[in-house]
Design a protein around this ligand. Structure first.
Ligand SMILES: Nc1nc2c(ncn2[C@@H]2O[C@H](COP(=O)(O)OP(=O)(O)OP(=O)(O)O)[C@@H](O)[C@H]2O)c(=O)[nH]1
Ligand SMILES: [Mg+2]
Length: 566
């Protein structure tokens, strides 16, 4: 299993010298680093251990102004190599780096008390004692980069620590945070980084985030050697033809397309070294990236980080919060949450109870980033998941609305929701058009039966005269039952009268070839308005056609026997 070791420790305590003594490689390669005698940027070297095991080593700067760079180097390492100057003992960045390692969840490593050649035995013993107290559980070795003393013990201790590391993230989709990018003549842009998870091979299509650009991998190297595929935990150099040097840099992430998403918000469970009040402005450091953030507290332990620039994260990632010093850190519970400050939701996520955060339907895909496991205990329909309680509430609510609906049309509109088509078939309700009914439900008059009889009597009495009907629903229903015929303007006429009027119309029009309003009115012995409403209805039913101020029969009606429309 490929692992990466990262140095840590106060400025000038001998990290880079120790890396050179261990690997033969001087990682202070920048002219400014050489001139000032300090490390400014990250350095990389392969480290051979006894028995042929090979680790990658990342050397970080100790200067307090470069803590951000240290975090970028330490993110993604598996083991630490904390370096303490035997003569100076632990200093501020010894403590800060150690705190950062703990916040990043990097538990295993070795402490090297170095420059042993420069102090007397008593001073060395004090320094070793202090180191053991500082990092209980880690091996502490006295070494000298100058004389080579203790280096074999240190290698053996690193090997022991490496054997204890369990790496669990290999089966997640590919993710690499870029720590360097440069141009090679004839090759183009190359980016390097530690592969956090997944694998990368030539020909792969990956996405560069947060730019959201798809890129094709031309070749992959691990410690200057071309490989077919690089595996999680390795330090890799990836050549990306077609990408401009200025289009990519430290902080960008190279990921499997669609597997991760950049976000302006992160939900975290906080770990505070110093109080982080609600609304604090901090720097959030994650992977090799960083962004200004406002801390929106949610209850005692949780917060939503509102970021000024998007970060790409996954559940379980560690984020460091800094101002002038490291204030604390957080473990990501939701890498792209909505805006909220809901501690109850975050508590459920922390417990891994993602199902309990779901009530109304959400797309199952939208929960994938919150859990590795199956979503147990949820209802499913098509792409949606929802709680069983929600489905019960939905059905109960719809049944209540159906019970309260007009018996003439005892249904309720289909909920206007994107999940409706998938979820409604789960209910014991019948969908007819845009409404839901109890299975087999038929319209009925219900308490309006008396009203209907009354209306029918009134229509019978009125004969050829149109009667205004106030209850349009009732009129529509009675018409569907063949008990009346609706005319314009909310008027109606009895079914028998309609039939009789139609017979009169057909007889006259067949005999005379046409009929006028005046003639029709005279034949019926009704009012002008009644005759007008009837003729309009005949027009609408396709019996007659208006020609000027007369009407003629339509051909179909001319041959028909005439029936009241239903
Ligand atoms: N006597 C002695 N001096 C050492 C040893 N290792 C480092 N030094 C001295 O300490 C100085 C700093 O060492 P570096 O390895 O550059 O220190 P560093 O921790 O990498 O410093 P930064 O990267 O700037 O944080 C060197 O220039 C040496 O003079 C050692 O083993 N013995
Ligand atoms: Mg250095």
């Amino acid at each position: 299993m490929p692992l990466t070791v990262g140095t840590a420790g106060h400025i000038d305590h001998g990290k880079t010298w120790l890396v050179r003594a261990l690997t033969g490689k001087d990682t202070d390669r920048l002219p400014e680093e050489r001139r000032r005698g300090i490390s400014i940027d990250l350095g990389y070297a392969p480290l051979e251990l006894p028995g042929g095991r090979r680790l990658s080593l990342v050397d970080v700067p100790g200067h307090e102004r470069f803590v951000r760079t240290m975090v970028a180097g330490a993110s993604g390492i598996d083991l630490f190599l904390l370096v303490v100057d035997a003569g100076e003992g632990a200093r501020p960045q010894t403590h800060e780096h150690l705190a950062i390692l703990r916040l990043l969840g990097i538990e295993r490593g070795v402490v090297a008390v170095t420059k042993a050649d420069a102090v007397d035995a008593e001073t060395l013993e004090l320094a070793l004692e202090e180191a053991r107290e500082l990092v209980p559980g880690a091996d502490v070795c006295a070494v000298s980069a100058r004389t080579g003393e203790g280096l074999d013990e240190l290698r053996a201790a690193l090997l022991r620590a490496a054997e204890g590391v369990e790496r669990e993230r290999g089966d997640r989709p590919t993710r690499l945070y870029v720590d360097r990018s440069f141009t090679l003549r004839g090759i183009g842009t190359v980016v390097t980084g530690t592969l956090w998870s997944g694998s990368i091979g030539a020909g792969d299509v990956l996405r560069l985030e947060p730019r959201g650009r798809d890129v094709r991998v031309r070749s992959v190297q691990v410690h200057d050697r071309e490989v077919e595929r690089a595996e999680a935990g390795q330090r890799v150099a990836v050549s990306l033809p077609g990408v401009e040097r200025r289009e990519v840099g430290r902080g960008d992430a190279l990921v499997a397309p669609g597997a991760y998403r950049s976000s302006y918000r992160l939900d975290v469970v906080l770990e505070e070294l110093a109080p982080v009040p609600d609304g604090s402005h901090v720097q959030a450091l994650l992977g090799t990236a960083h962004a200004p953030a406002r801390v929106v507290r949610a209850g005692e332990r949780y917060a939503q980080l509102r970021l000024a620039a998007p970060l790409l994260a996954a559940r379980g990632d560690r984020v460091i919060l800094r101002r002038e010093t490291t204030l604390g850190g957080g473990r990501v519970l939701d890498p792209y949450p909505r805006r909220h400050r809901d501690p109850a939701r975050l508590e459920l996520l922390e417990r891994g109870d993602v199902a309990a955060t779901v009530h109304a339907p959400v797309l199952a895909d939208s929960l994938r980033h919150l859990t590795d496991g199956e979503l147990r205990g949820l209802g499913r329909a098509g792409p949606w998941v929802f709680s069983h309680a929600w489905l019960e509430e939905l059905e109960q609510g719809l049944r209540e609305r159906i019970a309260a609906a007009d018996p003439l049309d005892p249904g309720t509109p289909v909920p206007a929701a994107p999940w409706a088509a998938d979820v409604l078939p789960l209910l014991a309700l019948e969908r007819r058009g845009a409404k839901l009914y109890l299975p087999g439900a038929a319209p009925s008059l219900g308490p309006r039966a008396g009203e209907a009889d009354e209306l029918e009597r009134e229509l019978a009495e009125a004969g050829m005269r149109a009667v205004k009907v106030a209850d349009g629903e009732l009129a529509r229903f009675l018409e569907s039952q063949g008990r009346l015929v609706r005319l314009g303007d909310g008027y109606a006429i009895g079914a028998e009268a309609y039939q009789a009027a139609r017979d009169v119309l057909l007889a006259e029009a067949r005999a005379a070839g046409e009929i006028t309003l005046a003639r029709f009115r005279d034949l019926l012995g009704c009012g002008r308005r009644d005759a007008q409403l009837l003729l309009e209805r005949f027009d609408a039913d396709g019996v007659t056609r208006r020609v000027g101020d007369r009407r003629v029969l339509r051909r179909a009606a001319g041959a028909s026997t005439g029936r009241a429309p239903s």
